[in-house]
Design a protein around this ligand. Structure first.
Ligand SMILES: [Mg+2]
Length: 295
């Protein structure tokens, strides 16, 4: 008997190392047009990309326009000649080849598989995410996959979590837990959908929001124990929770107020929406020579 019947999982920053892949994909896309990539390009891209995704989330631009918008501004900023749309298409092509797993992801899924339903809930473009899932082998471990780019909704909209539970076989929300690295999309959305939540927080960052996850973990190796599939049980709920202890869900009224007063979600996406995470991964860093050249 497990504590939950279904585990919903975020992709980027939780199972897949997005930042390293993003850096490599950008470096390769710039190299195609003869630009030697440098850290300034990546920093600028991330800043521009965050703003462009915010515009998309406000429905000011379409998903197809994201690439042209972000690469148009990036190329203009560095005085690079090139077709932004073409660069954007190459970037997505390269990004689809990036499928490095987060440490412990495969082991955690193998520990859970067959004991509970496993469903992925990710914000991003369908083709890019499906390519990365296939390349990483995650697709063979999941019972259901829900990608915002294939839908009119995205995290933290609670409807996307409900849809994932339906695709996983009709699991009721109170028997499910959402695991993700982003409080504003993964945890907030789970709370609003009536699921338990687990914040994957490998860097030990502070929670700036007025709502709380049910659990917080530093390593994915802790996940089977929380789900009850194997390993030690999580600590009991404490009235004064420590940073790594399970913490109680806010009351219903509190949840609603929390959602309304929360800062603007920094919604993660494989295709790059705003994120609070600091520097890109090790693999990406090696792709970016310094000092900046070729611009
Ligand atoms: Mg994420």
């Amino acid at each position: 008997m497990t504590r939950y019947d279904c585990v919903l999982l975020d992709a980027d920053g939780t199972l897949l190392d997005y930042e390293a892949g993003e850096a490599r994909a950008l470096a390769r896309a710039l190299a195609v047009i003869g630009i030697e990539p440098c850290p300034a390009h990546l920093a600028a891209y991330r800043e521009i990309n965050a703003r462009v995704w915010e515009r998309f989330e406000r429905r000011e631009i379409t998903q197809r326009e994201i690439g042209r918008e972000r690469f148009g501004e990036l190329l203009a900023r560095f005085g690079i000649r090139g077709d932004p749309e073409a660069v954007g298409e190459r970037y997505l092509e390269f990004l689809g080849e990036e499928a490095k797993l987060i440490d412990g992801a495969r082991e955690a899924l193998h520990a859970l598989r067959g004991r509970v339903k496993l469903a992925l809930v990710t914000n991003g473009l369908g083709a890019v995410q499906r390519a990365r899932l296939a390349r990483s082998g995650l697709d063979t471990l999941l019972d259901a996959v829900v990608i915002s780019g294939e839908l009119p909704i995205a995290k933290p909209d609670p409807r996307i979590f409900v849809l994932a539970l339906e695709r996983a076989g009709g699991v009721p929300p109170h028997r499910a837990i959402m695991v993700g690295d982003n409080l504003a999309s993964d945890v907030l959305g789970a709370i609003q959908a009536g699921l338990a939540s687990c914040w994957f927080n490998p860097r030990g960052e502070a929670n700036p929001f007025p709502f709380f996850p049910t659990y917080e973990i530093r390593s994915l190796a802790e996940l089977p124990g929380i789900v009850g599939a194997q390993g030690p049980l999580p600590r009991p709920i404490s009235p004064a929770p420590s940073p790594r202890s399970p913490v109680p869900q806010p009351a219903c009224g509190g949840r609603r107020r929390a959602a309304e007063s929360a800062p603007t979600p920094a919604d993660p996406s494989p295709d790059g929406s705003p994120r609070s995470s600091p520097p890109y991964g090790d693999g990406g860093a090696s792709s970016w020579p310094s000092p900046c050249a070729g611009t």
